[in-house]
Design a protein around this ligand. Structure first.
Ligand SMILES: [Zn+2]
Length: 392
């Protein structure tokens, strides 16, 4: 007799599902005819094998039963899912391959079995085999959303952006916002590749396509702006960078140095100061103090920068503001007060360096690197600049 504690964990987790399915089958069998009660006893026999960790014998029974009544196929799918979730992919594959090899498999279940087997191969990391199966599903049902979504996952993993675009375009009409955002990112990936190869015309074509599918693509605007800056087209670059405020305001601090650089190159000191004043009024929650103070110091002198920071600090005391103010202390002066200020500045720098620069809006993943595809939850465009508490 098997001890309770000896029952494998996967059986305990999956057992309720199997019992419900068996119960449903039993009830249905009773409704149909007494002769079908044979099914129930066979099912319990199979269950008994499962409980005794004799999956091979259990599977033999379930395969015989499904051939006699394909309506019981859900039991196989449930078992396959339990094995897959438990990491026993080989057993899940065995179940689904067993079903596929049955000449009597009804056509209406063929796609479902192919999908399940595809999930098994994905779980095992066999992308080529999974791709073949999902494509086969599309042969039977060209609009299968599940098959297309899984093909997209595979092409993303393989960084085959052209195939990812082709698959995503099949889903675009159904959900243009969500799918458009993905296609846009794929074109940005292609634009990045073109940039690495020095193919500027391809880079421009891909970045513009990215903007076509997602007009709020900050990534595409940055790609085009970088290209314009490299070509000395600072007016064009400035326009592209400033429009990011409409695309996604939170990214303005990320491109602020580039905006300032464009104005410098165009000798537009006054318009830069006006732009920064107006931007600060429009977006008072953005961390723009350091950039603004640097521009003031460059064009209006150190005292103007200090005055500006003092006003900002009185209105809203922040670590960033204090750090900026302390940075104006005389570095050549070695008096005790100056040394204390240097110590404070170092401490503030250390606190700020400990804070993440970016955070995923979907899963909360924090990083100091800007990822366009979140490494944690695999969402595109969900990692944004991390705006910490107002006091930091
Ligand atoms: Zn995430």
């Amino acid at each position: 007799m098997i001890e309770f504690s000896q029952i494998p964990e996967w059986v305990m987790l999956g057992l309720p599902v199997v019992i419900v399915l068996v119960w449903m089958k039993t009830v249905r069998s009773k409704r149909h005819s007494a002769s079908e009660s044979h099914f129930s006893s066979e099912y319990f026999k199979g269950l008994n094998y499962l409980l005794n960790d004799e999956q091979g014998k259990a599977l033999d029974i379930f395969v015989k039963l499904v051939e006699a009544d394909w309506e019981t196929i859900d039991t196989h799918f449930a078992l396959g899912k339990i094995f897959r979730k438990n990491g026993e992919i080989d057993k899940a594959i065995k179940i689904h391959q067993g079903l596929m090899s049955r000449p009597s498999l009804p056509e209406k279940y063929r796609s479902s079995v192919l999908l399940e087997l595809g999930y098994d191969y994905l779980g095992a990391g066999w992308f080529d085999r999974a791709e073949g199966l999902f494509k086969e599903v599309l042969n039977h049902d060209p609009k299968s959303e599940t098959a297309l979504q899984n093909l997209i996952i595979i092409y993303q993993q393989e960084k085959d952006w052209y195939k990812a675009i082709a698959a995503a375009e099949c889903l675009y009409q159904e959900n243009p916002n969500k799918i458009g955002l993905m296609i846009s990112q794929y074109y940005c990936e292609l634009a990045d590749i073109a940039r690495a190869k020095g193919d500027l015309s391809q880079l421009e074509r891909d970045a513009k396509k990215a903007l076509y599918y997602d007009s709020t693509s900050v990534r595409a605007s940055i790609l085009l702006a970088d290209m314009a800056m490299s070509a000395g087209e600072f007016k064009k670059a400035k326009h592209l960078l400033e429009q990011i405020e409409q695309q996604d305001t939170e990214f303005i601090p990320v491109v602020m140095n580039k905006i300032v650089e464009c104005h410098h190159r165009l000798n537009e000191a006054e318009s830069l100061l006006e732009y920064l004043d107006a931007l600060e009024k429009r977006q008072d929650s953005l961390p723009l103090l350091e950039s603004h103070a640097k521009v003031l110091e460059r064009y209006k002198g150190r005292d103007a920068a200090i005055d500006y920071v003092m006003v900002k600090l009185k209105k809203n005391p922040t670590l960033q503001g204090m750090g900026q103010l302390l940075s104006y202390s005389d570095t050549d002066n070695t008096t005790e007060a100056t040394m204390i200020m240097h110590g404070l500045l170092t401490a503030i720098d250390a606190i700020q360096q400990d804070q993440a620069t970016y955070q995923c809006k979907q899963c909360g993943f924090k990083s100091n690197t800007l990822y366009w595809l979140c490494p944690s939850c695999q969402h595109w465009g969900s990692v944004k600049p991390y705006l910490c508490e107002p006091s930091c």
